[in-house]
Design a protein around this ligand. Structure first.
Ligand code: DGL
Length: 276
């Protein structure tokens, strides 16, 4: 196993479920997470802004942690900027895009709902994915930027009722369109997947990309070796979560529940040991 870490990057805490799944599948692997909270949110910025911000974040992450592979654990950044990142940096990338293909493979010829940021919903990449993998299906797109903020700033502090106040009308719209599958096209929403499932009801299946992306990541990072089943998630070094701006209460909540080491970059400069 290489000593260089596998890194994950998002505008905030959305990519943490990918980090946790990687730790569960590959305990003992060095994992680093970069939460670009100084530039949060990405989802309502222009494409060119997102490209610039993500390029800078990747450069900083490379300098700090020297990863052997980077997962862009953010749909917005992946759909807008992944091709360019691959040209700009000499490190392999794995991207995260709305799981339209898996939703269709589940037999969804019924309508599909996609919950994502405004940038992802309005972009050409998602339109292309739908044309390619779901040309026959009716696809209902919902931009939920407020939900991104709620999860980023208040994770662990709100209940299902508050989520219903925010998301209820959108879920009702999807249900009345006959949607049987909801694709979580923003990584932040994975943190409240249980709430979304219960709002959507038992006839609707909620789909995300965590398992597929993490298996692909570990396979690539280990030069093609088969990926084992989930092991002992709490063994091995605690993953390091680097935060480019402030790490608010949601970060302290996640760090205590999942045993993560939190470092705000403003206080990190000059500290040894990030590169391992
Ligand atoms: N978590 C990100 C995604 O998957 C976006 C959140 C944001 O708007 O910054 O799209």
């Amino acid at each position: 196993m290489s000593d260089r870490p596998i890194a994950f990057l998002d505008s905030g805490l959305g990519g943490i479920p990918y980090l946790l799944a990687a730790r569960a599948h590959a305990p003992g692997e060095r994992l680093v997470y970069y939460a670009d909270t100084a530039s949060f949110p990405y989802g309502d910025r222009s494409e060119s802004e997102v490209r610039c911000i993500v390029r800078d974040a990747v450069a900083r992450l490379m300098e700090l942690a020297d990863p052997r592979l980077i997962v862009i654990a953010c749909n917005t950044a992946s759909v807008v900027g992944l091709d360019e990142l691959r040209r700009q940096f000499d490190v392999p990338f794995v991207g995260v895009v709305p799981a339209i293909k898996p939703a269709v493979e589940r037999g969804a010829s019924e309508p599909i709902g996609v919950l994502a940021t405004s940038r992802t919903v309005g972009g050409a990449y998602l339109a292309g994915l739908i044309r390619r993998f779901a040309p026959q299906a009716r696809v209902e797109l919902v931009a939920a930027d407020e939900l991104v903020r709620m999860v980023e700033y208040h994770l662990g502090e709100f209940d299902e009722g508050q989520l219903r106040d925010l998301l209820g009308p959108s879920i009702d719209r999807l249900r009345s369109a006959g949607v049987r599958t909801i694709v979580l096209g923003c990584t932040h929403f994975i943190h409240v997947r249980g709430f979304i499932e219960s709002l959507a009801g038992p006839r609707v299946t909620v789909v995300d990309s965590v398992e597929g992306v993490v298996r692909q990541t570990i396979r690539l990072a280990r030069g093609g070796a088969a990926v084992g089943d989930v092991g002992h998630a709490d063994r091995g070094p605690a993953p390091l979560v680097l935060v480019s701006g402030l790490a608010g209460s949601s970060y302290r909540f996640l760090a205590s529940v999942h045993a993560l080491q939190l470092r705000e970059l403003a206080t990190l400069d000059g500290l040894p040991g990030v590169r391992g």
